[in-house]
Each structure stands twice: as C-alpha cells, then as structure tokens.
Design a protein around this ligand. Structure first.
Ligand SMILES: [Ca+2]
Ligand SMILES: [Ca+2]
Ligand SMILES: [Ca+2]
Length: 289
C-alpha cells in the first residue's frame, strides 16, 4: 500500500438474543491494541504485520454466561471464556458492560471481576433489568487484544409466593398519554417491556385494586430509568382512608424488593421524591402473598 494515512475498516453485524443492533463500526485497533482482525486486514493488503512469526492476539475458542437468559439482579454472573494466546503470552483480562439494548447507550463501562478458576470470571449483575452486552478483553502484553461479547438478560430476583397484583385493575394520579400512552395497567401486566409513567411531579401515585381484602408479605418495584427516590407503600380497605406500611427515602431505582407485610383491598405506591427530572415510571409493580 502506498496511500499512507488512509484508514482501513469494515462493518460488523451482530445478532444477539435481543435482536439486531444494526451495524457496528468495527475498530481493528481499539485502545491502541491490535485485534485479530487487524492482522487479517494486514494480510489481505500484504502489510508487514502479516509476516510469519509476528505476535498475534489471544483467541477465544468460546465464551458463554451461565443461565444467560435469566440472570437475577443482585446476583453474580458467571462468565466462561476459553482463551489462549498463540504465542504463549500471559493474558490480562478486563470485563465490561454495555446497555445499548436497554437505553441506547454506546461505549462500554469496565466492571470489576473475580477470576474463580482458569477461564471463569464472575461479575455483579447490573441493577437494571434488560439485555446487557458483556465483553471480555484479553490482552497479551504485546499491544494485541482479543475481544468477545455475549448477551445476558438481567431479570428481577424471584419473590416467594404469588403476585396478586398481576392483571388486576390499576389506576394512577396521572399517566403520560402523550409520549407513548403509558397507562397504569401496564405496571401490572407481567410484561417487562411495558410500563406506567406519571406526570413530572413528586406527588404522584399508582394503586392496584386487589378485588377484596388481601394480605401480602412483599412488594417488588421494577423501575424504568425514571425511578422514585422517595415513596410510601400504603394500604386501604375502602380506597379513601390509607395507612402507610413502608416508607422509602433512599430508593436507587432498578429493582426494589421490599419485605413489607400489609393487608388491604387497595395497595398504593405514593411517590414523595423523584430520582430524576422526569416523573415516575414502573415496568412492573408486584404484590406477593
Ligand atoms: Ca500474543
Ligand atoms: Ca409492564
Ligand atoms: Ca433498587
């Protein structure tokens, strides 16, 4: 090649369990480390990097995540990566995450891992449900890197008992009908892709009519990114006189699983302080008996 300074690249298409993310620019020298594709491109163009004996990146024979379709929030995700370096170089690993399937985020965020045995790595599952991309980077100390990615679906932790709010009638102080018709019933439809969203105020609520007075031992809230920092769990037998059975002031979004015992025909989540500038947005509100 005589055109110095001309960049080479290509387009890579990735298909994961969440569907098609579309074209991804395929960087053959990420972070100044050369990927195997760099050497393949060099070989295709007859570059010096294609000469015999050149040091090349670690190679992934396989990569997988245990129970990748249902990794619970708050649990450890166990990654198995079968990686070897063709030159016998010692490998340094990095693990990172990307949430493009949840919020469209680009780039990756490095997360700490524990290597429990050769080729086995544990990371903390993210606090936010949805499909995450998990990356393992394997560097060989010779400016080479091998990268592999696997999708993992993060789900709310299981709660003992029966969700008595499921498919019951939900009402709310308001809902956002303009940006997607986020009506209250979508918080009790058992579908983690649909949600209720309130107006953009602190004082907003959603309630479920259980049909009759019921007792419960736990409440689970699965927040969209617009979560509540402060809220109360309230019960009522008549829908007008309410008792507070739990007050939360340090909510952090994601999934909130509350050990809270109560009894009533109506159960209300009454927001007191938003965690973002938006309203409150719940994928699911579960009440467990
Ligand atoms: Ca090497
Ligand atoms: Ca839903
Ligand atoms: Ca939480």
């Amino acid at each position: 090649m005589s055109n110095q300074g001309v960049a080479l690249g290509g387009t890579l298409f990735h298909f994961g369990i969440e569907g098609d993310y579309g074209g991804v620019w395929f960087n053959v020298i990420p972070g100044d480390n050369k990927r195997l594709s760099y050497y393949a491109v060099a070989k295709a163009f007859g570059g010096s990097a294609a000469q015999p004996g050149v040091n090349t990146p670690p190679r992934f024979a396989s990569m997988s995540i245990d129970n990748a379709s249902a990794v619970a929030v708050g649990s450890k995700a166990t990654i198995h990566a079968n990686v070897t370096d063709p030159d016998g170089d010692a490998i340094t690993y990095h693990t990172s995450l990307n949430s493009i399937g949840i919020d469209g985020a680009t780039g990756t965020q490095e997360v700490p891992f524990t290597q429990t045995s050769p080729g086995v790595f544990q990371i903390d599952a993210p606090s936010r449900p949805g499909v995450w991309k998990v990356y393992v980077w394997a560097e060989d100390g010779h400016s080479n890197v091998g990268v592999q990615t696997v999708d993992m679906r993060v789900v709310p932790p299981a709660v003992a008992g029966t969700n008595i709010a499921l498919h019951k009638t939900a009402t709310a102080s308001s809902f956002d009908q303009y940006n997607g018709n986020w009506s209250p019933g979508q918080a009790v439809d058992g579908d983690l892709s649909t949600r209720w969203a309130s107006n953009w105020d602190d004082d907003e609520w959603i309630q479920v009519d259980l049909g009759s007075v019921q007792s419960f031992h736990a409440v689970q809230l699965v927040w969209e990114s617009a979560f509540a920092k402060g809220y109360q769990v309230q019960v009522s037998n008549d829908g007008s006189t309410w008792s507070t059975v739990k007050t939360v002031t340090d909510g952090d979004g994601g999934v909130d699983t509350l050990d809270v015992a109560g009894s009533g025909r109506y159960v209300r989540i009454h927001g007191t302080q938003r965690g973002t500038a938006y309203g409150y947005s719940l994928y699911e509100l579960g009440i467990y008996q």
